[in-house]
Unconditional design. Sequence first.
Length: 472
Amino acid sequence: MTVAAPRQRVDWRALWQSGDLGRFCFISLGIFLHAANETMGATIMPGMVRDIGGVQFVGWSFAVYEIGSIVAGAASGRLVSFVPLRSNMVIAALLFMAGCIVCALAPTMPWFLVGRLLEGFGGGGLVALAFVSVERLFPRNIWPQLFAVMSVIWGVAAFAGPLLGALASAHLSWRWAFGVSGLGGLAVAAASVAVLRMRAAKEIAARLDETRPSFPYEVLLCLAVSVILIAMAGLAIEPLRSSLLLLTGLAGIGLVFVLDARRPSSRLFPSRPFDWSTPIGTGMTMIGAFSVETCSFGLYAPLILTNLHGIPLLTTGYIIASESISWSILSILVANAPPQRERLIITLGAFMIAGGVAGFAYAVPAGSVPLILACAILQGGGFGIAWPFVTRMIVAAAPPSERTIASSAVPTMQRLGYAVGAAIAGIIANAGGFSHGLSAATAAGAASWVFVAFLPLAVIGCLAGWKTAKGA
């Protein structure tokens, strides 16, 4: 047995004086923009839909953002082998800014979706590059502290996004929220030019990866087309047409994994990602199932609560933010849990997530703010305590040659689940009444079904979580 060396105590003052901490905080502004934009988007949705219409495309707005994020995340790790990190950061920040400008000026929902796709490319790239920068610009002994800084930044952003969206919608216009975010993108681009203009960055930028793995074009194209087909099934609810599009889209998602398995040099997922005989398969199933089933809350809760119950935007925004905040806080609290507690923590987290979704099915139609808040905290806390340990088990169970793939596959599976979940939630919401426009009556028709329909996935997630913990 190998005895782990004691972790060295980090001198935060020395880290700041050296410039490493300040440099990383500037790089991590991209994480702040990405996280704040997600929670802000949910908060401004009611005002935006009243202004430009297109409530039937609400699921699309999240799905295309996630598609952009997945593509950018897959590309970023490879592009730094060809283009300096600083240039990648600037391009990603400017793409994010361009997306914000298009969203702010969008006269119709299709234009808004174009802006969201650009935001996804930029935001997903910024987040991926922040993780790449940890490996490429900073000494290994401070990585744990830098990842802790990332968690803090994500939590602060989740709190700030709803505030920006609600204040802009209430006192100015929802368009101003995207305008401010666009200025943030410009600031990140400028900071990247200034902060990354240093010897360490130049040395890393000049160090090219000799292997240069090929880019998985066909996998990502299949993924994007499949999600769009699923989303199209909800635009005009017709039993035959919608069923064919849904089944074709789901078959396409299956094809994504078949195509990915045929690319040994540049896979997005480990081999046999859904084999329940290994922790990899059960862990990836748990992540995928819970990512799909939990999309409805952030997407449709603001629309339902404001139109059905007259709850203020700021209140709904902070209910949504509470999920991310509880995720961050509980993740930090259980980070040092002893190994013998991990099985219990994973199982408890899985049932907390499922309990949150089941609670929403009652609390959101009833309009009970305290109960909705409790469910949001329960769901976010479940993610917070389970995800780190499930991720560790997936990576530990992977063969040494696949551990890097397994590590990056966890956020990719999560983003894929969010994209598919958003598309399916759009079908359910439109079938429940949103296809006829936004009103109290249509909100009432969709209020329960956007949660109840995903309960079977909650069961699958709990079973997968229990089996993952059992195999720990």
